[in-house]
Design a protein around this ligand. Structure first.
Ligand code: IMP
Ligand code: MG
Length: 181
């Protein structure tokens, strides 16, 4: 599929994203005001969401760490197999209240795997946050604690979401339609 030849349908423009992310940020601020919050962002998909979300969480004791797992690669279908490619740089999480951040919960194989991986490092508490949730695609049971938007089974691109590792830099989220230009 050459997505440049198809019509793009904007799902969430920059304003819609910023409005919702500010709401999520103030909700998290209220929940974590007196805590040592550690945000763990899964790369690469959540790097843009993370950058905007942490700036909307107005608390002093916030730290950020990153983790990379294997992903779709160049395909648009999940293999169901998840591996750690680069782990977080803190081994003992016992003094942190952790929020695990990803771009999307699709089959949720990634979040299920990473949740268990991080839980073994003994965090004080562990919650999850995704910008988009596609509950109809689940292969494992998983309900995120913080959700930006719940969507139908559509393949989305932009704002960190990739198509063949490209278009992450598009500042809005779009869906590629069947319609040719
Ligand atoms: P999972 O199926 O929930 O494990 O999702 C694995 C990864 O697939 C996510 O972190 C995304 O990087 C990617 N992914 C899932 N759905 C989409 C989509 O609609 N567009 C782009 N990437 C997606
Ligand atoms: Mg991806």
């Amino acid at each position: 599929m050459n997505i440049e030849e198809r019509k793009w349908e904007i799902m969430y423009d920059q304003e819609a994203l910023q409005t919702r992310i500010k709401e999520l940020g103030s909700q998290i601020k209220n929940d974590y005001q007196d805590k040592n919050l550690l945000v763990i962002s899964l790369l690469k998909g959540s790097f843009i969401f993370c950058a905007d979300l942490v700036r909307a969480i107005d608390i002093p004791r916030l730290k950020i760490n990153f983790m990379t797992t294997s992903s779709y690669g160049d395909s648009t279908d999940s293999s169901g197999k998840v591996q750690v490619q680069a782990d977080i740089t803190i081994d003992d999480l016992s003094q942190y209240d952790v929020i695990l951040l990803d771009d999307i919960a699709d089959t949720a194989n990634t979040m299920d795997f990473v949740y268990k991986h991080i839980a073994r490092k003994n965090p004080k508490s562990l919650k999850t946050c995704v910008l988009l949730d596609k509950p109809s695609r689940r292969q494992v049971e998983f309900v995120p604690d913080y959700i930006g938007f719940t969507i139908e089974d559509k393949f989305v691109v932009g704002y960190g979401f990739d198509f063949e590792d490209m278009y992450r830099n598009v500042p809005y989220i779009f869906n590629v339609t069947e319609e040719l230009l």
